[in-house]
Design a protein around this ligand. Structure first.
Ligand code: PGA
Length: 262
C-alpha cells in the first residue's frame, strides 16, 4: 500500500497582495476539505505568509515559502533566512527555474539553500528541469543528473528521504512558454530522477523521496500526471491562483486515490 500522502503545492509566485492572498485562502477553504491522504501546500509571497499562518486551517493547508537565503543570520540586507521562516512554514521551494534563470542561482547556491533548509527543520521542495534548448540537443539527463547530484551533496540518506523533488521542465512552465509535456514523456524523467537518488543513497531512500511534476498543470490534465507510477503530486503555478481550478486539482487527486489500482 502506498503510505505517502499526495502532495499538491500552489506556487502563487509574485502575485496577489496580502489582502488578495487572504481572500484566496478563504475561498480555498470553501472548496477543499481535510483529506488524510492529501497534503495541500500554499506558497504565497513572503508578506502574506505571516497573516496566512494565522488564518488557515492547519488540518487542511500547510505553508511554503518560495525562496530563502542560505545564511542563518547576519548583515544580508534584503534577505530572509530559513531560520526566520522556520516558525511559519513546513516547506521552502528551492531552485525554481525562475530563480535559476532570472536570478542566476548557481548549483552551489542551490546546494547551500537545500542544506540550510534541512538544517532549520524545513522540508525542501527542490525544483529541477531542463530548458527547451537542452532538451533539443539531448542533454536532459545530464542536466537532471547535475541538478540532483549537486543539490543533494552533504545530506544524509534520512534527510534526502524526507525531501521533495519537483520535476519541472522549463519549457512546460507557463512563464517560459507552457508547452504541454505529455505524461509519457514526464514518466521517464521522473524515473530518472529517482534513479539518481537510488545511485547516491540507495533504493530505500529513493522509494521514500517524493517526486512531483510541475508545468502548466490544471484541473483538466492533472490526472494524467498523478496516475504515473512514481509521481507523488504536483507543483501548480497559474492554476493555483484560481480557487475553483486548484480545488479541482485536489478533487482529482482525491478521486484517483480512491480508484482501484490496476
Ligand atoms: P505553471 O507554473 O503551473 O504556471 O506552469 C509552475 C511553476 O512555476 O511551478
Amino acid at each position: 500500500m502506498n503510505t505517502k500522502r499526495t502532495l499538491i503545492v500552489g506556487n502563487w509566485k509574485m502575485h496577489l497582495t496580502v489582502a488578495q492572498s487572504s481572500l484566496l485562502a478563504h475561498r480555498l477553504h470553501t472548496v477543499i476539505a481535510a483529506h488524510r491522504d492529501i497534503e495541500v501546500v500554499l506558497a504565497p509571497n513572503f508578506l502574506a505568509l505571516q497573516p496566512l499562518s494565522l488564518e488557515i486551517d492547519r488540518r487542511r493547508f500547510r505553508l511554503a515559502a518560495q525562496n530563502a537565503y542560505f545564511k542563518d543570520e547576519g548583515a544580508y540586507t534584503g534577505e530572509v533566512s530559513f531560520s526566520l521562516l522556520s516558525e511559519l512554514v513546513h516547506y521552502v521551494i528551492i531552485g525554481h527555474s525562475e530563480r535559476r534563470i532570472y536570478f542566476e542561482e548557481s548549483l552551489e547556491m542551490i546546494r547551500d539553500k537545500v542544506a540550510a533548509c534541512v538544517r532549520n527543520g524545513i522540508t525542501p521542495i527542490l525544483c529541477v528541469g531542463e530548458t527547451s534548448a537542452e532538451r533539443k540537443v539531448g542533454e536532459t539527463k545530464q542536466v537532471l543528473h547535475d541538478q540532483v547530484v549537486s543539490a543533494l551533496s552533504n545530506l544524509t540518506s534520512e534527510e534526502v528521504a524526507g525531501m521533495v523533488i519537483a520535476y519541472e521542465p522549463v519549457w512546460a512552465i507557463s512563464t517560459f512558454g507552457g508547452e504541454l509535456a505529455k505524461p509519457d514523456h514526464v514518466k521517464g524523467d521522473i524515473d530518472f530522477i529517482r534513479h539518481q537518488v537510488a545511485e547516491l543513497y540507495g533504493s530505500d531512500t529513493a522509494k521514500k523521496v517524493r517526486v512531483l511534476y510541475g508545468g502548466s498543470v490544471d484541473d483538466h490534465i492533472v490526472s494524467g500526471y498523478l496516475e504515473l507510477p512514481g509521481c507523488d503530486g504536483t507543483l501548480v503555478g497559474g492554476a493555483s491562483l484560481n480557487y475553483q481550478k486548484f480545488g479541482g486539482i485536489v478533487e482529482a487527486a482525491y478521486r484517483l486515490n480512491r480508484k482501484p489500482k490496476k
